[in-house]
Design a protein around this ligand. Structure first.
Ligand code: BES
Ligand code: ZN
Length: 668
């Protein structure tokens, strides 16, 4: 088995095959109090230990299948007693030849990086607290002791005790719900739910959310969950879920194996657009544009039901096998559904992705993270995360598709899914399978795998995009640039009937031309142009978060102070890293917003999920490198308070208190 440098576990010797998870969700203590019972495969019968990953957990006792205690120790990779910042500590359990299962009593601590415990004020209901977890890439170990590497797959059952007002959801199928019964503790009455995941999953797909949740059915196998005040909007936004799922099954050629496909529309702080937790994708409420225009994220997470959850990257170095394939698959689903000319729509979306790739390559990213096949070593996978895996991976697949032809490549995709379902694979496994499959095909003989896999930066081939649907966007961007650079007449073109993809494509073209990525931006638009854009198209009032985000980026680069309240509101009322991190970074790089960025972040860091808080702290140079022991260790505490930030933050604090509803109204 491949060694995984992101894990301290020992599956080569002793491997877990099933988890029985009993867990009590204690909102008062902000802790999960649990017992994890693992069934073991004694791969090496002579091995005397089971090693599990842990991070910021308190281990209480360990027993075997006969309830006899087993000795255990927590070891740090550095050999001292200090836990590694992202790898954590190895839980070493001594096992006897006859040990077939171990049960670990443990509890999480408030520092657990997978969990966000939200106070009522941070929910849309405002009455009850809320918990949700985000385990990918290596945060599962802060949720439960586990073999936290994609190469180990196991089934699981869970028994979850929650307060009677709450409903839990998990990356599994709900089996039973007990009636509320009085608890003898001071915590009031509680309820017990049981779940089962019979398809083996990697630890990063463990997920739990608990809150005041309601659901709306979308189809016999699909439903939307969220807090009550959001559920109607979410059901409207994600109404096409079943249609996406059916199309995905058709393209994959293998039926959907996970039983249900539900969506949980999370609280505003959720750090990702979507997370493909099996049976229930978690999505950000920033997708609630009101017109279904951001539902491609759902198609993406549905696609992971095959590429990622069924066919899984062997280690995080091969992350592109999850995300590159999923991006390819998502674009196939969306273009089949929405446009007669599949390739045109696929390319409109891909053009935006290509720009994200250029952004990632032009930022100061370590070269090891600009390769398609990553070299993470003991680095933090959260730091290695970027568009590279998605977009360079997508283009590698498209380059192969161009050589062998679309129908042959789509047929290959089906064979690939069939061959690797329930397994994990490396980039080399993929290359070998592809080259064997197309053995007789001359067109792939000279394919430069080495460059594609291991050269940092942009892909070796320029993609021949079909730019038909991007044409209007590009033209209008040129007109606005002429306004900005040469004082030409303002255009009269209306974009009212454009799709939101066309609008984001237009804004992307402006961002590209103004070199917004260099620090400071090289050729920003003039403030007068920003104001004219706002007057013409009301972009700062858009309900579409992708549009709002891009306009904010342009306006901050232009040093337009009138955008500051909008930006501060945007980054303090949602915590999706795709928007929040670049906005903090660009604010920090601006003259008008450098101190503001730091102050807003320090004032709101509790609002963000711990993963987002960690990354923004690093972007704002508030933490030393992630390999250091404490993210907050070198956090700056005293920064001069400028006048402008005080009112801006004051406004934002009100918005946060009132939750997402406010964000949605204001953005209209
Ligand atoms: N699995 C990812 C999210 C993720 C990646 C979480 C790595 C933690 C570590 C998810 O499928 C994803 O890619 N989400 C995107 C959606 C987009 C590409 C359509 C997102 O969050 O924006
Ligand atoms: Zn993904």
């Amino acid at each position: 088995m491949l060694r995984d440098a992101s894990s301290l576990a020992n599956p080569q010797e002793t491997r877990v095959t099933h988890l029985d998870w009993k867990v009590t969700v204690d909102f008062t203590a902000s802790a999960l109090i649990g017992r994890a019972t693992y069934t073991l495969d004694r791969v090496d019968p002579d091995a005397t230990t089971l090693c599990l990953d842990t991070s910021r957990l308190e281990i209480l006792t360990v027993v075997d299948q006969n309830d006899d205690s087993l000795s255990f120790a927590l070891e740090s990779p550095g050999g001292d007693s200090v836990a590694h910042s992202h790898l954590g500590q190895r839980l070493v359990i001594r096992i006897a030849p006859a040990t077939t299962s171990v049960a670990i009593d443990y509890r999480t601590t408030p520092a657990s990086s997978a969990c966000q415990w939200l106070p009522p004020a941070q929910t849309s209901g405002g009455v009850f607290p809320y918990l949700y977890t985000q385990a990918q890439a290596i945060h599962a170990r802060s949720l439960i002791p586990c073999q936290d590497m994609p190469g180990v797959k196991f089934t699981y059952g869970a028994t979850v005790t929650v307060p009677a007002w709450a409903t839990p959801v998990m990356s599994a199928i709900l089996k039973t719900t007990s009636r509320a019964h009085p608890d003898d503790s001071q915590h009031g009455s509680s309820k017990i739910y049981t779940f089962e995941q019979t398809v083996p999953i990697s630890a990063y797909l463990l997920a739990l959310a608990v809150g005041q949740l309601e659901k709306r059915d979308l189809s016999p196998r699909c439903a939307v969950w969220s807090e009550p005040s959001v559920v109607e909007a979410a059901a409207y936004e994600f109404a096409q879920t079943e249609e996406f799922l059916t199309m995905a099954e058709d393209l994959a050629g293998t039926p959907y194996v996970w039983g249900r496909y539900d969506l949980l529309c999370l609280c505003a702080s959720s750090p990702y657009g979507g997370m493909e937790n099996p049976c229930i994708t978690f999505v950000t409420p920033t997708l609630l544009a009101g017109d279904r225009s951001l539902a491609d994220v759902v198609a993406h997470e549905i696609a992971h039901s095959w590429t990622g959850n069924l066919v899984t990257n062997a280690t995080w170095d091969h992350f592109w096998l999850n995300e590159g394939w999923t991006t390819w698959f998502q674009r196939k689903i969306m273009s089949r559904i929405h446009h007669d000319d599949h390739e045109q729509l696929l390319d409109l979306d891909a053009i935006g992705g290509y720009q994200a790739l250029q952004d990632a390559c032009s930022r100061e990213m370590p070269l090891a993270y600009q390769k398609l096949v990553l070299d993470i070593g003991d680095g933090d996978p959260d730091e290695a995360y970027s568009s590279i895996a998605y977009e360079k991976g997508f283009h590698l697949l498209r380059a192969l598709e161009r050589r062998v032809g679309t129908s042959a490549f789509e047929a290959f995709f089906q064979s690939y899914v069939q061959k690797y379902a329930y397994q994990t694979l490396t980039s080399d496994d993929f290359r070998d399978f592809f080259t064997t499959y197309f053995e007789d095909n001359e067109a792939i003989r000279d394919f430069d795998w080495e460059t594609w896999f291991y050269e940092p930066g942009m892909p070796p081939e320029d993609p021949p995009f079909d730019r038909t649907l991007a044409e209007h966007s590009a033209q209008l961007a040129q007109v606005w640039l002429a306004v900005d650079r040469h004082g030409r007449m303002l255009p009269t073109t209306s974009i009212a009937d454009w799709t939101s993809l066309q609008t984001t494509c237009f804004l992307d073209a402006l961002l590209l031309q103004t070199n917004h990525n260099s620090v400071p931006p090289k050729d920003p638009l003039k403030v007068s142009t920003i104001r004219a854009l706002q007057k013409a198209y009301r972009l700062a009032d858009s309900r579409n978060s992708e549009i709002l985000f891009r306009f904010c980026m342009l306006a901050v680069a232009a040093e337009d102070e009138t955008i500051l309240p909008t930006v501060v509101r945007f980054i303090t009322t949602q915590g999706r890293m795709k928007f929040t991190r670049p906005l903090y970074r660009t604010l920090f790089a601006s003259v008008m917003g450098r101190d503001l960025a730091v102050q807003v972040f320090l004032g709101h860091k509790e609002f963000y999920h711990p993963i987002c808080a960690k990354m923004v702290a690093s972007d704002l140079l508030l933490s030393s490198s992630s390999s250091n022991s404490g993210v907050w260790a070198t956090m700056r505490n005293t920064i001069s308070l400028g006048k402008s930030w005080m009112w801006a933050v004051g406004g934002a604090a009100v918005a946060v208190g009132m939750g997402i509803t406010i964000a949605r109204h204001r953005r209209r």
